[in-house]
Design a protein around this ligand. Structure first.
Ligand code: ADP
Ligand code: MG
Ligand code: ZN
Length: 532
């Protein structure tokens, strides 16, 4: 028999098998028992958390032949249940609004819905990624939802409910699917291992679950890859080999470099990670979580469940967090977040990663200390144990005076359109007001007559910048530094979205931009950007 991937093999066949979404399953069961099933549901939530699965379960519950009508306990063995499980019941219509075919089908939806069910009791329409529908398609759908025929039920699924028009939202009963908590994912992985006869280490399952970040599909897929790699045993080594993930040890090693302000060690460290076949994006993502854990520990709130780590690892977090202060951790989190953002459009992953890590280690961040007084030791922390004093030394002068820290405080060094003057102005602004300087970190500027046009990549940054300019003090600070650097007064104008240039270039040359970039293009950069 052909190999069936585990995530399909273990797709839940009853509401009881669905993990982490009890609030959804219970409400659906109640509605089914009471015969009060809504004609339209909206299932929102991250991918791989059970939206499609639950939609199919609802279809089964509506169509099961063992019962006279909708039932919370579909039998699983009648012709309808089996056909739905095998995904071949014509009356369960799955459309993907993100695909071209889906768009056409949604356009014909009104017509299709008019038909009586071909075989089953009802017709169930499952529309995936509904937020990607075109305006036309939304209108067609809206008409249908206004007066759905008795035989038609709708489940609209989306990872991005903000993009679903309110007119649609208001006609649906909404369920929010959650990222599934780690213990439940570990439990499920354990049951699958048992059923499949895989040898597994608890710590390996925990690593898989942690990296899946609540996405059950990813967790099961990783398990699948791990056993394919190792031939049936699930060990931490196999998991790390498959995921190319940093693993706790490497992360602690990295944050040790950051704590010691050993910026020069960042480069060989990244070299090693890359040569071991790890991806910069994944390392940064894990580092983000790791820094967050350090912050939690620093704030005295570390628990095994909160950090999703075992007792020994929690102890390490508590120990290492004493080498940082909160502000540095918060700023480092922000810096890594920006680097991850930048990876979406900047193909130079390694450089982005190195610059981000070196700037955290070197202290070229939004904290009040390092940039203003590069030779001063990092902010001392009252509670730091004396044994530690020896390991902390002042931020070293950059080993090579060539790439000055200015680059980092301002626009990123590899940003092709950032002008030198603007970077110097941003650095000066940063010295006076670190938060404002950091906000300008992703901006670029060009002179145009008596104006300086400052471009920021997202509407969030644009709002922030306009706020700063609305504040007389902020405006004076920017304008005076610009005048100093450019040698003449310039009026500051703001503009959205000269960056990300890569995405635009790609789109213009017909290259494949990533989905995120395409969505960005479509919504004209209106994606809310976290400015950590
Ligand atoms: N809550 C869950 N409980 C159990 N398994 C799940 C859950 N969510 C996802 N899965 C697993 O992941 C696979 C994909 O889930 P799916 O329902 O298609 O996710 P979504 O539609 O939310 O992206 C399923 O086949 C199942 O194996
Ligand atoms: Mg789905
Ligand atoms: Zn049945």
């Amino acid at each position: 028999m052909a190999y069936q991937s585990l995530y399909l093999k273990y797709r839940p066949q009853t509401f009881d098998d669905v993990i982490g979404q009890d609030h959804v399953c219970q409400t659906l069961r109640n509605a089914l028992s009471a015969g009060k099933v809504a004609h339209a549901y909206l299932f929102c939530g991250p991918r791989g958390t059970g939206k499609t699965t639950s939609a199919r379960l609802l279809a089964k519950a509506l169509c099961c032949l063992r019962s006279d009508g909708p039932t919370p306990e579909p039998c699983g063995v009648c012709d309808a249940c089996v056909a739905i499980r095998e995904n071949r019941l014509l009356d369960v219509v799955e459309l993907d609004a993100a695909s071209n075919r889906g768009i056409d089908e949604v356009r014909n939806l009104k017509e299709v819905i008019g038909y009586q069910p071909t075989w089953a009791r009802y017709r169930i329409f499952i529309i995936d990624e509904v937020h990607q529908m075109t305006k036309e398609a939304f209108n067609a759908l809206l008409k249908t939802l206004e007066e759905p025929p008795d035989h038609a039920f709708f489940v609209l699924a989306t990872t991005d409910p903000q993009k679903v028009p309110v007119t649609i939202l208001s006609r649906c009963q909404r369920f929010d699917f959650r990222r599934v908590p780690m213990p439940q994912v570990i439990g499920l992985l354990g049951r699958i291992c048992q059923a499949e006869g895989f040898d597994c280490q608890e710590a390996a399952l925990a690593t898989i679950a942690r990296l899946a970040d609540g996405c059950v599909r990813d967790a099961i897929t990783t398990l699948d890859q791990v056993v394919a790699y190792s031939g049936g045993s699930v060990t931490v080594e196999a998991v790390n080999a498959v995921l190319g993930g940093a693993g706790f040890d490497v992360l602690f090693e990295l944050t040790d470099i950051l704590a010691r302000h050993a910026a020069q060690e960042v480069f060989p460290f990244v070299e090693r990670l890359v040569s071991e076949g790890r991806s910069c994006a994944q390392v940064l993502e894990e580092l983000l979580r790791h820094l967050r854990n350090l912050l939690v520990a620093r704030l005295g709130a570390a628990t095994e469940t909160g950090l999703e780590a075992d007792a020994e690892t929690v102890r390490r977090y508590v120990e290492q967090s004493s080498h940082f202060d909160e502000a540095t951790l918060a700023a480092a989190i922000g810096r890594v977040g920006r680097a991850l953002e930048e990876l979406r459009w900047n193909g130079q992953h390694r450089i982005v990663t190195e610059v981000a890590l070196a700037s955290i280690a070197g202290g070229f961040l939004t904290t009040q200390t390092a940039v203003a007084a590069p030779a001063a030791p990092p902010t001392p922390h009252g509670a730091r144990p004396p044994a530690h004093e020896a390991t902390v030394r002042p931020a070293p002068e950059p080993p090579d005076p060539e790439p000055p820290p200015e680059d980092e405080a301002g626009a990123s060094a590899e940003n092709p359109v950032a002008s030198d003057e603007w970077q110097r102005a941003v650095l000066a602004i940063h010295n006076a007001r670190p938060a404002l300087g950091a906000q300008l970190g992703q901006s670029t500027a060009i002179e145009s007559g008596d104006e300086l046009i400052v471009s920021v990549p997202g509407s969030f940054q644009l709002d922030k910048l306009m706020d700063a300019l609305d504040d007389p003090e902020g405006r004076a600070l920017i304008e005076s530094n610009v005048a100093k650097v450019y040698g003449r007064p310039l009026t500051i104008k703001t503009e959205l979205g000269a960056v990300p240039p890569k995405a635009r270039q790609q789109a213009a040359t017909g290259g494949r931009a990533s989905a995120v970039d395409l969505v960005l293009e479509m919504f004209e950069g209106s994606r809310p950007l976290d400015d950590h």
